[in-house]
Design a protein around this ligand. Structure first.
Ligand code: COA
Length: 271
């Protein structure tokens, strides 16, 4: 794991951020509860996302869980009696936690979920909102909503269906079963499975590659892929055109072609 000496705490230290060479890291840090997310942690997560979003030195964000046993084991069930015990309370709870996840859904920078151990319920929501999911071999994935009597909601299921298709989504949701990394890889829930002891190094290597590439070109890909996923009638083709123009008129495009011709590594500025 990384050097933890320069971390910024949110939610009483249960959410941490750190920045290394253009890579922002958010750590879910409640290992005694397998990183279960309290409302305070959802809010701290939102603050952490905002801070890394507004920091120009950060080009890519990795999310991970502390303790080696879980990414996130879902929402903190011990808070449910107070905050989520019926439809009205649940709506308020949903609004507060969904507002933080919306920041991730609309995140302007690339995001990676680095998953080791349990990734359940709300943890799956976070992981599915990331652009890329990389998992350790011993991880477990599931959405036990049917075991608790919870309706998982539109946003979470939209992402699940778009990643694994409706039939796998039904099997996972109806049974509440957990699947391992091999199966998660096979059905398209994660993009890569890595031996546990190499997970962090491999994830950082991918993040470092992204952070050294041209930010506007990555943004163009991110925006265009998001629009491709929308219904044709809702697609914002102007947004695709605008980022395409910004990219092709950029100093970074000039730098990219010059560096290639001069046989050197490009230095991109994001402009
Ligand atoms: N909310 C609140 N507490 C949780 C939690 C959650 N989602 N997940 C784990 N914890 C707590 C446990 O209650 C336990 O607390 P304790 O030490 O005070 O008894 C501690 O974390 C460790 O969990 P434990 O079950 O002993 O560890 P494990 O490694 O055997 O199993 C899980 C880990 C994650 C598989 C299991 O705890 C679990 O199924 N959690 C609930 C997952 C869930 O339903 N998530 C969806 C919520 S919407």
């Amino acid at each position: 794991m990384t050097d933890l000496s320069h971390e910024t705490p949110y939610a009483d230290g249960k959410i941490l951020t750190q920045i290394t060479d253009g890579v922002g890291v958010i750590t879910f840090n409640n290992p005694d509860k397998r990183n279960a997310m309290s409302l305070e942690m959802w809010e701290g997560f939102g603050e952490a996302l905002t801070s890394l979003r507004n920091n120009d030195t950060v080009r890519v964000v990795i999310m991970r869980g502390a303790g080696g046993k879980a990414f996130v084991s879902g929402a903190d069930i011990s808070q449910f009696e107070k905050t989520r015990h019926n439809a009205a309370a649940s709506e308020e709870y949903g609004k507060r936690s969904a507002a933080q996840r919306a920041l991730l859904a609309d995140y302007p920078k690339p995001t990676i979920a680095c998953i080791q151990g349990f990734c359940l319920g709300g943890g799956m929501q976070v992981a599915m909102l990331a652009d890329i999911r990389i998992a350790a071999r011993d991880s477990q994935f599931g959405i036990p909503a049917a075991k608790l009597g919870i309706a998982y909601g539109y946003d979470g299921l939209r992402h699940l269906v778009s990643l694994v298709g409706p039939s796998w989504a039904r099997l996972l949701m109806y049974t509440g079963m957990r699947i391992d990394s091999t199966e998660a890889l096979r059905i398209g829930l994660v993009e890569r499975v890595i031996p546990d002891d190499q997970l962090w190094g491999e994830t950082m290597a991918i993040a470092a590659t992204i952070s050294q590439n041209a930010p506007l070109a990555i943004k163009a890909a991110k925006i265009t892929i998001a629009e491709v996923l929308k219904d044709e009638s809702a697609r914002d083709m102007d947004a695709i055109k605008a980022i395409g123009t910004a990219c092709m008129d950029s100093a970074d495009f000039r730098e990219g072609r010059q560096a290639f011709m001069e046989k050197r590594k490009p230095q991109f500025s994001g402009k």
